[in-house]
Ligand binder design. Structure first.
Ligand code: C2E
Ligand code: MG
Ligand code: MG
Length: 638
C-alpha cells in the first residue's frame, strides 16, 4: 500500500478520535444522566470517523492512481520523443518539416549532407529554394493536388544542391493535421538517388558500349537498327546499313601484337567517328567489324559515304612509334526494302561485305549487284565532274525573264551546263545533286556566280537595259553561313552593283534551318542583292516565315504552271500565290511557261514576270534575242 496514503489516513483517524474523546465530556455535560446515550453517541462518532477515513482513503487513492498514470504517459511520451529525435538526427534520409505556409521549421543533419545547406540557411525559407528548373508547373500542381487529396505523395523529383548541382531524389511527402483537422505541417523525407542513377548508368554503359573503343556494342546497335527499321517503314523513307571490316586485321594482330591491334582499333573508331553526322549510329560489333547506320539515305549517298569512310581508313596510322597501313571493305544494305527484321538486315550486310572482300578488298559493295554498278557509275561521274571544273567543261546558259505586261526582257537566269566530252550535255538536274553530295557544289556555284556577274557587267557595258541576273544557290552553299561574304567578294571583284544580282534560293533550302536561313537572308539583303524564293509552293514554308524572310520575289514552280489554265488546283494555287505575293509587296515570276494560254492566264491574273521555253530557252549569251515581243505570240532563242 502507498505509504503516503496510509500516513494520511492514519493521521485523519487519530485527529478524529482525539476530537471525539475531547467532545465526550461536552456530550456528558449536555446529557448528564444518560449513560446509554453517551455510549451510543461514542459508537456513532467512531463509526463515522472510520467510514469517513475509508471514503477519504478511496478518493485519495483514485487521485493518486490517476497522477501515477499521467506521469507514466509523460515518461513514455518523452522517451518516444527522444527516440524520434534520435531517428531524425541519425537517419540517412533527409527530413524537412515545414509549417502550413510551407516555411521550413526543421531539417535534419542528413538534409544538410544531401543538399549542402546548413540548418540556419534554410529555416524560414520555402522548399522553392531547391527547385532545379527540371519540372514544369504541371508537375508541382499534380504533386500538391495528390497531397491535398490523399495527404501523401511520393515520387522522383530533381532538386538543386547549394553547389548548384542538380540531382534526383526519391521523396515522400506527408501533410500533418491538427486536432481540428487543419494542415499544420508538411513533412518531406527523401533520399539522394544520384549514386543509384550513376551506377545504373555505369551498368548500362557496360552492357551497351564497347569497353575498348567506347562505341555502342552489337546489342545497342541491334536495338537502334530495330527502331530505325520501324521508323523507315512508318515514314516510307529509306536508310542504309554499312558494315565495315578491316582488311587483314588478323595479320596485324598476330604479327605486331594485341596491344598494337587494340591501338589500331581505337584509331579506326576515332576516324570513323569523325565522319559521323546527326542521324547516324556507329558501333563496334566485335573484333575488327564496325557498323554504321545512316537514316534517311539514298543509294548514292550511301556509296558516297562509303567512299569517304574508305578514304579516311586508308590514310597511314602512326601508332606506338611506328607507321601502319590498313584498309577496309564495306558492305551496304538499303532498308526497309524487303527487309523483315534486324537479323535479315545484318545477314544481307554480311553477304554484301563478303562481296566487297571478294572483289579485291578496299572497296564497297551493295547487297544488290544492280545498285553496286549504278553507284559505281555515279562515282565515276562524280570523279569526272571534278575534272570538268578543272578542264572548263562547264558553261553558263542564260534564260530570259520577261516582264509579262510589256513583253520586254528584264532579267536573265544563269543555268549551268556540263558539256561532257564523251557523254555530251549532262543536265544540272542530274549533276547538281551529285555535286551537293560530294561537296563540289560550293566550287560550282561560286564559279557560276562569278561568270554571271562578269557577264552582267559586259551586258551593261554593251548598253543592255537589264535589271538583274539571277543565280541559283544550292541549299548546301546556302546552309554554309559565309555565303554573304563570298557574294560580297565576288561583287567587289567583278564590279557589279549588288542591286543587279538576284539570288534564287529554294523553299526547301530555307526550311532545312529556317531561323539560320532568315538570319542569312537578312545579311544578304543588307548587301543590297535581290532575293527570290525558287520553286515556290513545293516546300512547306509558313506565311509567317515568308514574311520574315523578307525576299523580293517568289518564283511559282513550273509544276503549277504546267496545269494552267484547266487544272483547277494548279489555277487556284497560282492565283493564290500571286495574290499572296502582291499582298506582301513581292513580285512574282512564273516558271516553265510553254504555251500561249499559260501566259494569257498569268497576265490576266497580274503575274509580273514570266520565264519558259514558250518565251525563250536558256542559251549562250551571244544567242539571246533581246527584242521586246508582243506576248505571247513570239518565241525567243531555241
Ligand atoms: P530552276 O532554278 O527552277 O531552273 C529552271 C529550270 O527549268 C531550268 O532547268 C530550265 O532550263 C527549266 N525550264 C525553263 N523553262 C522551262 C519550260 O518551259 N519547260 C520546262 N520543262 N523546263 C523549263 P535546268 O537548267 O535543267 O536546271 C534545273 C535545276 O538545276 C534548276 O532549277 C536549278 O535548281 C538547278 N540549277 C541550274 N543551274 C544551277 C546552278 O548554277 N547552281 C545551282 N545550285 N543549281 C542550278
Ligand atoms: Mg532557279
Ligand atoms: Mg525553279
Amino acid at each position: 500500500m502507498n505509504m503516503h496514503l496510509l500516513r494520511l489516513s492514519l493521521g485523519y483517524f487519530a485527529i478524529s478520535m482525539l476530537w471525539l474523546l475531547a467532545s465526550d465530556p461536552l456530550l456528558h455535560r449536555l446529557v448528564p444522566d444518560t449513560g446509554q446515550l453517551q455510549a451510543w453517541a461514542l459508537a456513532k462518532g467512531t463509526l463515522f470517523v472510520v467510514l469517513s477515513t475509508f471514503v477519504l482513503y478511496l478518493l485519495e487513492h483514485r487521485h493518486l492512481r490517476r497522477l501515477a498514470a499521467e506521469q507514466d504517459a509523460l515518461r513514455l511520451k518523452e522517451s518516444s520523443l527522444r527516440q524520434a529525435a534520435a531517428v531524425f538526427d541519425s537517419t540517412l534520409e533527409g527530413v524537412l518539416v515545414t509549417d502550413s505556409q510551407q516555411r521550413i521549421v526543421h531539417v535534419n543533419p542528413a538534409f544538410s549532407r544531401i543538399t549542402g545547406y546548413a540548418t540556419d540557411e534554410v529555416l524560414g525559407k520555402t522548399p522553392g529554394l531547391f527547385a532545379s528548373g527540371k519540372h514544369d508547373a504541371n508537375f508541382y500542381r499534380a504533386m500538391w493536388q495528390a497531397l491535398q487529396a490523399e495527404g501523401a505523395w511520393s515520387g522522383e523529383i530533381w532538386n538543386r544542391r547549394k553547389s548548384g548541382e542538380v540531382y534526383p531524389q526519391w521523396q515522400n511527402l506527408r501533410s500533418i493535421r491538427d486536432e481540428r483537422g487543419l494542415v499544420s505541417h508538411y513533412v518531406a523525407v527523401f533520399s539522394d538517388l544520384s549514386a543509384l542513377k550513376r551506377s545504373q548508368e555505369e551498368l548500362d554503359q557496360l552492357a551497351h558500349y564497347d569497353p575498348l573503343v567506347g562505341l555502342p556494342n552489337r546489342l545497342l546497335f541491334s536495338e537502334r537498327a530495330k527502331q530505325s527499321l520501324e521508323r523507315a517503314r512508318a515514314s516510307r523513307r529509306g536508310g542504309a546499313l554499312l558494315l565495315i571490316d578491316l582488311d587483314h586485321f588478323k595479320d596485324i594482330n598476330e604479327s605486331l601484337g594485341h596491344s598494337l591491334g587494340d591501338a589500331l582499333l581505337q584509331a579506326v573508331a576515332g576516324r570513323l567517328q569523325g565522319l559521323v553526322q546527326p542521324g547516324m549510329t556507329l558501333a563496334r560489333l566485335g573484333g575488327d567489324e564496325f557498323a554504321l547506320l545512316h537514316e534517311d539515305c539514298s543509294a548514292d549517298q550511301a556509296a558516297a559515304l562509303a567512299l569517304r569512310l574508305l578514304d579516311a581508313l586508308a590514310r597511314p596510322y602512326r601508332l606506338q612509334g611506328r607507321d601502319l597501313f590498313s584498309s577496309a571493305s564495306i558492305g551496304i544494305v538499303l532498308y526497309p526494302h524487303a527487309i523483315r527484321d534486324v537479323e535479315q538486315l545484318m545477314r544481307n550486310g554480311d553477304s554484301a561485305l563478303f562481296k566487297a572482300k571478294g572483289s579485291g578488298r578496299s572497296t564497297y559493295a551493295f547487297y544488290s549487284q544492280e545498285l553496286t554498278s549504278h553507284a559505281q557509275q555515279r562515282m565515276e561521274l562524280a570523279t569526272a565532274l571534278r575534272q570538268a571544273l578543272e578542264q572548263q567543261q562547264l558553261r553558263v546558259h542564260y534564260q530570259p525573264i520577261f516582264h509579262l505586261a510589256s513583253g520586254t526582257i528584264r532579267g536573265v537566269e544563269a543555268l549551268v551546263r556540263w558539256e561532257h566530252p564523251q557523254h555530251g550535255p549532262i543536265s544540272p538536274a542530274q549533276f547538281i545533286p551529285m555535286a551537293e553530295e560530294n561537296g563540289l557544289i560550293g566550287a560550282i556555284d561560286r564559279w557560276v556566280l562569278e561568270q554571271a556577274c562578269r557577264q552582267m557587267r559586259q551586258w551593261q557595258a554593251e548598253g543592255r537595259p537589264l535589271e538583274f541576273v539571277a543565280v541559283n544557290i544550292s541549299s548546301r552553299l546556302f546552309g554554309h553561313g559565309e555565303l554573304d561574304l563570298q557574294v560580297a567578294s565576288i561583287l567587289a571583284d567583278t564590279g557589279l552593283a549588288a542591286r543587279h544580282l538576284e539570288l534564287e534560293i529554294t523553299e526547301s533550302a530555307v526550311m532545312q534551318d529556317p531561323e539560320a536561313a532568315i538570319d542569312l537572308l537578312q545579311r544578304l539583303r543588307q548587301l543590297g542583292v535581290r532575293l527570290a524564293i525558287d520553286d515556290f509552293g513545293t516546300g512547306h514554308s509558313s506565311l509567317l516565315r515568308l514574311k520574315r524572310m523578307n525576299v523580293h520575289k517568289l518564283k511559282i514552280d513550273q509544276g503549277f504552271v504546267a496545269g494552267l489554265p484547266d487544272d483547277r488546283e494548279d489555277a487556284a494555287i497560282t492565283r493564290s500565290v500571286i495574290g499572296l505575293a502582291h499582298n506582301l509587296g513581292l513580285k512574282v515570276v512564273a516558271e516553265g511557261i510553254e504555251h500561249d494560254f499559260q501566259a494569257h492566264f498569268l497576265l490576266d491574273h497580274h503575274c509580273d514576270y514570266g520565264q519558259g521555253f514558250g518565251l525563250a530557252r536558256p542559251c549562250l549569251p551571244e544567242a539571246i534575242d533581246w527584242r521586246p515581243r508582243a506576248l505571247p505570240q513570239h518565241q525567243g532563242c531555241r
